[in-house]
Write a protein that binds this ligand. Structure first.
Ligand code: NAD
Ligand code: APR
Length: 229
């Protein structure tokens, strides 16, 4: 009964039409991280940030899960051990592709967070600055997104699972951002077999036992077929 942990990044949603962050034309080429992905940016211009995530929510809602998302859901359904997907992505394509054992370590576009009382609720398609929290009533709604400088979610559960996993795969992530980029080292310390699935080797590519290079819709599907065969 082997335990498989899979880290995903923006690359797994690229073939669904959602742009990645650090590609030539990616999100960070169009917007300054400091303006739209930090608490300071939100304090300085909350409307700019809320509009940025409204646009990303609309893009994600119009996108469809691709064969890679569906392959991971099939792996979870058919593998005889635990399969945990830890995604850095804030879109809901893993859920819509059928994954259930899933952690959004950077938050989710479909969730709203109250900056006053930490209450969470399903985000409206279009959030507005000053939306009231349904729990405490404060006009303190913010996107439920982990910004640079904030703590990612469910790190205890992630590290507990990494500490006992048999297989670790990183799919479609550039390995530029910690703590996610450090997960391969944690899995290797636990004795797991580690595989990188990407178009090219990432910034931490040398830390993996093996790599499968190519579009995720092809490489992830082939990898899952092999595990389940
Ligand atoms: P980090 O260690 O990846 O970045 C270090 C610093 O680099 C940050 O303060 C960041 O503001 C700065 N930075 C400036 N331009 C950058 C760029 N183009 N790419 C990356 N970093 C840039 O960030 P951190 O402080 O450790 O982040 C904490 C957590 O928040 C991380 O898990 C991160 O991935 C997450 N996060 C999520 C989103 C999102 O949109 N979901 C955006 C940013 C950060
Ligand atoms: N198939 C497989 N991999 C792909 C594909 C594809 N079709 N298209 C792109 N990739 C790979 C790229 O080679 C790159 O390594 O996806 C990765 C995308 O990297 P980034 O744009 O840096 O996205 P990500 O690694 O998810 O960023 C991590 O940084 O800004 C923060 O919080 C934000 O969650 C994000 C985190």
């Amino acid at each position: 009964m082997s335990t498989i942990v899979i880290l995903t990044g923006a690359g797994i949603s690229a073939e669904s039409g959602i742009e990645t962050f650090r590609a030539e034309t990616g999100l960070w080429a169009q917007h300054r991280v400091e303006d739209v992905a930090t608490p300071e940016g939100f304090a300085k211009d909350p409307k700019l940030v809320v509009d940025f995530y409204n646009a990303r929510r609309a893009t994600a809602a119009a996108a469809q899960p691709n064969a890679a998302h569906r392959a991971l859901a099939r792996l979870e359904a058919e593998h005889d051990g635990e399969v945990l997907v830890v995604t850095q992505n804030v879109d809901d394509l893993h859920e819509r592709g059928g994954s259930q054992n899933l952690i959004h370590m950077h938050g989710a576009l479909n969730s709203a967070l109250c900056a006053a009382c930490d209450h969470r609720w399903p985000a409206p398609m279009t959030m507005a600055v000053g939306d009231a929290c349904p729990s405490c009533g404060a006009a303190a709604a913010r996107p439920d997104i982990v910004w640079f400088g904030e703590m990612p979610y469910q790190m205890d559960r992630i590290f507990e699972t990494l500490g006992r996993c048999d297989v670790f795969a990183a799919i479609g992530t550039s390995g530029n951002v910690y703590p996610a980029a450090g997960f391969v080292a944690e899995a290797a310390r636990a004795g797991a077999e580690t595989v990188e699935i990407n178009l090219e080797r990432s910034a931490v590519g040398s830390q993996f036992d093996s790599a499968r290079l190519g579009p995720a819709t092809q490489t992830v599907t082939a990898w899952v077929d092999e595990i389940l065969s």
